[in-house]
Write a protein that binds this ligand. Structure first.
Ligand SMILES: *Cc1c(COP(=O)(O)O)cnc(C)c1O
Length: 431
């Protein structure tokens, strides 16, 4: 498989180069030259296939020129070494729990896959790869954990002082080894600005092999399609193709779901479940993408005003809005309805939704027509949002052992100003 840039002004590259570069030089996103079609007979047998076999079968065509079969098996084994249960909540509504990974967020799968690919590609070189990532919370933890002790790769995470939750900060700062946490005296936008300037700085690029680890990176984006195959493996309503609601921010996850559909997975429509930052709604009406300033909500991982993967979705449908809206709709949820939903689902179903999952639940419920069934994705564990949960259900969530352990580890953090010059000095002259 080769990858082209959605802006079409950059050379076509291999999986390896697309992963090492992150974003294409013309600022487009890398996209596969063709979408592999899965055999329908194979898809019918999904439920009898081991999850590692399944994942290997899906991912192999995307990487085969750069990763051997044996190595890919090894990477996949480490990537999906936890559960992805599909649980029935109501007669027509199921939840796909994606929070059983080490940092309790769905981003674990993409981060683990990408880190192992990068480690593999860095093996045959003397130079280290440096992953730079700005985080408002969840991404940093998944990336830190996924890259911990991966040889040949160092990770530098920038996060805004005082603006991530306690658990999130512990996940960033207790790894040590090849993971460095920089606490920036500023906002998330300041962190992102520093990362952007670093990528444009030729001095830095000459000295370091830099790459990014957000869903722009093909190696983080592609493995997300596995969720949908893993869900269908467990889907018991064989006569009904499910509608699927995906809590959405940068639209990486739902773009991967649509990719799975294009590969032959039989589903009903997809619903982009958004909080009030729903730029996708206007886009689906007009075909024109108008970025907005993001507004803070209780489902903060989805507070994105300029979703980067929208371009991949449109590319997949060859810029045909009519075709796209046959497969994709959107739904917008206010914080008020999200909190109300957490409360009512807790009372009615004795099930604790996190704020992102609650947006997904509502979006699905509103969009299911008579006779239809579906599932929504629960993208994070509720324990990561103790303040919101306390508000919504008046109870605190039992803390899993993996989180309790964090409180016993020592933290290591470097404070920097929200200034690119300060960052550059640090990165070039650190010992
Ligand atoms: C990142 C994230 C999302 C949004 O996923 P996108 O791929 O950016 O659309 C939703 N929920 C949680 C908990 C997240 O961390």
């Amino acid at each position: 498989m080769r990858y082209y840039s959605t802006n079409r002004q950059s050379p076509i590259v291999s999986f390896k180069d697309a992963t090492l570069k992150g974003q294409a030089p013309d600022k487009g996103l890398y996209f596969p030259e063709s979408i592999p079609k899965m055999d329908q007979e194979w898809l019918k047998r999904l439920s009898s296939i081991r999850k590692e076999e399944l994942a290997f079968h899906i991912m192999y065509p995307y990487v085969q020129e750069d990763i051997s079969e044996e190595k890919l098996y090894e990477i996949i084994h480490a990537t999906i070494a936890f559960e992805f249960p599909l649980i029935r909540l109501e007669d027509d509504i199921y939840v796909l729990e994606l929070f059983h990974g080490p940092t309790l967020a769905f981003k674990d799968v993409g981060a683990r896959f990408m880190s192992r690919c990068l480690g593999h590609f860095s093996n045959d070189k003397d130079t280290k790869t440096t992953v730079l990532v700005a985080t408002s919370g969840d991404t940093g933890g998944a990336v830190a954990n996924g890259f911990l002790n991966v040889e040949g790769v160092e990770v530098i995470i920038l996060y805004p002082a005082g603006k991530v939750s306690r658990v999130q900060e512990l996940q960033l700062t207790t790894c040590g080894n090849n993971i460095t946490a920089l606490r920036v005296n500023g906002s998330f936008d300041d962190c992102q600005q520093i990362v952007k300037e670093a990528f444009m700085d030729q001095t830095l690029r000459d000295r370091l092999q830099l790459t990014s680890a957000n869903s722009i990176n093909i190696a983080r984006w592609l493995p997300q399609q596995l969720y949908y195959f893993l869900a269908m493996q467990q889907w018991a309503e064989k006569q009904i193709a499910p509608s699927i609601a995906v809590p959405s921010g940068n639209l990486g996850n739902i773009a991967a779901g649509l990719l799975a559909k294009k590969s032959g997975l039989v589903t009903n429509n997809f619903i982009a479940a958004c909080n009030i930052n729903d730029t996708i709604t206007d886009f689906l009406k007009t075909g024109v993408h108008t970025p907005k300033q993001a507004v803070m909500t209780v489902s903060n991982a989805m507070d994105v005003g300029n979703p980067s993967n929208l371009i991949r979705i449109f590319e997949m449908y060859q810029q045909d809005l009519g075709q796209l809206i046959e497969d994709l709709t959107s739904s917008v949820q206010t914080d008020e309805s999200t909190l109300k939903t957490i409360r009512s689902v807790y009372q009615k179903n004795n099930y604790i939704l996190d704020p992102h999952g609650a947006v997904g639940y509502n979006a699905l419920k509103e969009n299911l027509k008579k006779g239809e069934k579906g599932f929504f994705l629960a993208t994070a564990h509720p324990v990561k949002f103790p303040e919101v949960m306390e508000d919504a259900i008046g109870a605190s969530i039992p803390v899993p052992p993996s989180i309790e352990l964090l409180y016993t580890l020592s933290q290591k953090v470097i404070d920097i100003d929200a200034s690119y010059m300060h960052f550059k000095e640090w990165i070039l002259y650190r010992s």
